[in-house]
Design a protein around this ligand. Structure first.
Ligand code: AMP
Ligand code: GLY
Length: 426
């Protein structure tokens, strides 16, 4: 089989790497890929932009690609899946209508209300003065979200009313995110611990992947601005089994049932971002129409089953027959970012990776390109140093030890990835 992966981040490096391990796969193409996918066995980068849908369709037809897997949300929102399907090409990723679950926070909230799925109470605004009035009467912390896609930067959580009003003003009046901020959501702050529940959906059935936990804040102790994710690990053994079961019964199943009831033909990965409060009650923070980044890196490190077989079951609508095999080891990934991220960040730094690896460690590259054989940083999140270990403590120690072998001046990373699992009573 020939597989095409669309995207250029660490998630896509992990997807391509995992796809290439399948004995059914002869060649994996990545459009456009990065320095990591450029250097892997059976994997080849193709210089096509991830949003250039006509050229991607053309390539897939020309090369007789058997299956295309879409990494990021933007091409899905732009209807890549619909276009591939219209050309009788197998494309793993939800259609445009279904991708709105991520592409519009207001539509996602309406979906959750319709199907009684627990989430934070909210108000939406398309005018600045009622939004300001609302914020002036609300109590901190404040949560302000642009309705549309904003590359993981459209959410502001702050204790300062002034900052909250500034964020609303930037989004609504100054169009910081263009049309994505034409409407905003102001919602109640939820306290607790975050969890990522990712499932693969085939329109009718679903197959849950292992639970994972991301670290959204840039700085240690979960301080600083929100990012796309600074590190992740799986499994989440410190979270009680009955809490995870409750999530399955009261959030995942009603979400799938809601999609079917609304006649949304959802096929692809569905990421449910959750907040679990001190009583173990979970509420949905967001839906994403794709795998998480960096969650995909530790999750795919732990997946023992054939990834392509799993993906193929989506097209046959036979996901209910799949039972996934997971490594009993834990996996933990530490993101190395450029100085300045998530704001304007530095580029152009040389990166030297280790030449030898143990079987339990892997560096997934993201914002890094190859220039005459040299790896050069060109993105906000540059790589994810990931390792397996018998428990989170060992995986963490190995991921940081792997990092110690990387030469990348002025890299920025958190030193506390996995802290919740490590602090939890055993
Ligand atoms: P979202 O894109 O909606 O998941 O928001 C990005 C991040 O902002 C989440 O992963 C949380 O860390 C934080 N966040 C979003 N909504 C809330 C909320 N209602 N209460 C507390 N933190 C939130
Ligand atoms: N790591 C969070 C996300 O992929 O949205």
């Amino acid at each position: 089989m020939q597989i095409l992966i669309v995207g250029q981040g660490g998630r896509e490096h992990a997807l391509a790497w995992k796809a290439a391990q399948s004995p059914m796969v002869t060649q994996v193409y990545v459009a456009p890929g990065n320095a990591g996918t450029a250097s892997e066995h059976k994997i080849k980068n193709i210089a096509i932009d991830e949003n250039d849908i006509p050229t991607l369709v053309h390539f897939a037809r020309d090369q007789k690609i058997d299956m295309t897997i879409i990494g990021p949300e933007q091409p899905l929102m732009n209807g890549i899946s619909d276009q591939f399907t219209a050309h009788q090409l197998r494309c793993l990723g939800p259609c445009q209508k279904a991708a709105y679950l991520e592409g519009s926070k207001i539509m996602a909230k309406a979906f959750m209300r319709r199907h009684q799925i627990p989430t934070a109470p909210h108000h939406s605004f398309d005018q600045l003065s009622p939004a300001i009035q609302h914020l002036q009467n609300a109590s901190p912390p404040y949560v302000i979200k642009a309705d549309g896609l904003a590359a993981g930067k459209g959410v502001v959580v702050t204790h300062s009313q002034e900052e909250a009003i500034q964020a609303a003003t930037r989004m609504l009046a100054q169009r910081q995110f263009g049309d994505a901020g034409r409407q905003i959501v102001v919602e109640d702050y939820l306290d607790g611990e975050e969890l990522s529940a990712i499932v693969l959906v085939d329109g009718e059935h679903f197959c849950p992947l292992a639970f994972s936990q991301d670290h959204k804040a840039r700085d240690e102790h979960d301080q600083g601005p929100n990012t796309g994710g600074m590190g992740a690990y799986s499994p989440v053994s410190h979270i009680a089994h009955d809490v995870l079961e409750h999530i399955g019964t009261h959030i995942i199943r009603p979400t799938i049932a809601g999609l079917i009831a609304d006649q949304i033909d959802y096929r692809g990965f569905l990421y449910i971002g959750l907040m679990i409060d001190a009583h173990g009650k979970a509420r949905v923070l967001e839906y994403n129409c794709r795998l998480g980044d960096p969650e995909a890196q530790p999750i795919l490190m732990r997946l023992r089953s054939d990834f392509i077989e799993l993906c193929a079951a989506t097209f046959d609508q036979s996901l209910q027959k799949i039972s996934l095999e997971w490594d009993t080891q834990s996996a933990l990934g530490v993101v190395w970012a450029a100085q300045g991220y998530p704001g304007d960040y530095e580029r152009g730094h040389t990166i030297v990776l280790p030449t030898d690896y143990a079987e339990y460690e892997k560096i997934f590259l993201a914002g890094a390109t190859l220039d005459k054989g040299t790896i050069i940083s060109n993105g906000g999140r540059v790589l994810c140093a990931t390792a397996l270990g018998d428990n989170i403590a060992i995986a963490q120690q190995r991921a940081y030890a792997l990092g110690d072998k990387i030469q990348f001046n002025r890299a920025y990373y958190r030193r506390d990835i996995g802290w919740r699992a490590l602090q939890a009573p055993t």
